[in-house]
Design a protein around this ligand. Sequence first.
Ligand code: ADP
Length: 489
Amino acid sequence: MEFTDKLNRITLSFPDEREIQYREHYFIQSYNTTRVAYLILAVLYAFFGYLDSVVAKDFFEIFITIRIVVVVILLSVFLLSYSKNFRNYWQSLIFISFFIGAVGIIIMLIMMPDNVMYSSGLILVFLAGFVLIKLRFFAVSIASWVVIIIYIVAALAWKIEINIALSNSFFFIGANLIGMLAAYRTEIYNRQNFNLYQQIAKKNEQIEQANKNLEGKVEERTRLLNFRNKELRDEVKRRAEVEKELIAAKEKAEQSDKLKSAFLANMSHEIRTPMNGILGFASILREAENEEEFNEFIDAIINSGEHLLNLINDIIDLSKIEAGILQIEKSKFELNRLTKEIYEMFSIDSNVVSKKIEFSYTDGLPNDDCMIYTDRMRLKQIMINVVNNACKYTDHGSIEFYYAIKNGSLEFTVKDTGIGIHDDLKESIFNRFMQVSLSRTAGRNSTGLGLAITKTYLNLMGGNISVKSQLGVGSEFTFELPDIFNFEN
Ligand code: ADP
């Protein structure tokens, strides 16, 4: 659709709210020009008074009065253009002042009908109306036609010579038509420009909005990408860690497999030794030469049997641990009774007796207030393992054990003046299936299982074990068992 199709063909107004915007825009664009135009017109209107004094001496007073009235009106409009509400009535004011200016000239023309100066003056008024004072096309057209009609009516009323009236009217109509055409084109261009300007502004706004949206989206995407990036980096890190863990687990599994094989081989050997002892002594039992020798053989058989039993017990415990079926059974008991049992058990231990080791112990709690709550059997087993090691690995000197209570935990220490442990081995002695080199343990009934089992028991009960030792000087094993006074569960 053509732009002009949307305009009213006669008034040239827009059919919608654009009309209000256009008028506002037209006012803003015009009011400086209009002000200047009014000043110029007032000056011209006054200035032509000089010609009156030359060509219309008889009517000078009337003419000058008319001129003064018109100039005052023109100047008033000029002054009013500075008022706040001028934009509300500026077209009406211009319309009226145009009339008054034109009627003033018409009066002069009627009074001096054959003087071309006044008909030219009216054409100047038309000219001013169409191009200078910024009346809109429709208003200026109406105003100028009304002015022509007034002239024709006045000419007829005052019986002006027909030739003069006719030729004047022709000129006025001609000037009016040309003016209208020019004003029509001008206003259409003006409105077209306005329309384009508005469309551009709207498009600009849309582009700006789209830009903003785009920026928002880019920002959002960037954020998302950064987030994804971080996630990916975390994932890569996590995978690297998992991979590391897997490798470690694989290595551990391989090592554990190797250790198990080594352990099995070792255990077969360990079992075979006491078995051979039992079978060997049993087979020569009949050949014993006297009762003393007979008893010696029986003792050897019992020793080997006990050793075998211990070994089998250890292996059973270990396999229970491996299978995860080991259970902790807590009960209430007197700790000092247990330490006494341990003491009594080891004070007659063959190692202690034969090596004349000074063996002693100290309780950390009074006998009448030493009730604790934990797995008695396991605790006893732990104590036996640690004290038994001290007896096995001490050739002379002393062994003492004692305990203290710290923050509701039992801290049990066994101190010996034995062979000590090399720094490199302090960690591995607690490992399952790990047996310290045979050269150190030879002849000491060693299986390499006791501490591993001890540590696992302690861990199961929330405790731990550590060792301080110096090679050739002695060792100090300390284990900690927490929560021993919690009788409620
Ligand atoms: P086993 O004594 O049957 O070999 P353990 O697991 O009880 O098995 O001990 C592991 C190793 O730790 C022993 O072989 C020994 O070398 C060392 N060890 C344990 N207790 C002591 C101690 N009190 N003094 C010196 N070495 C010890």
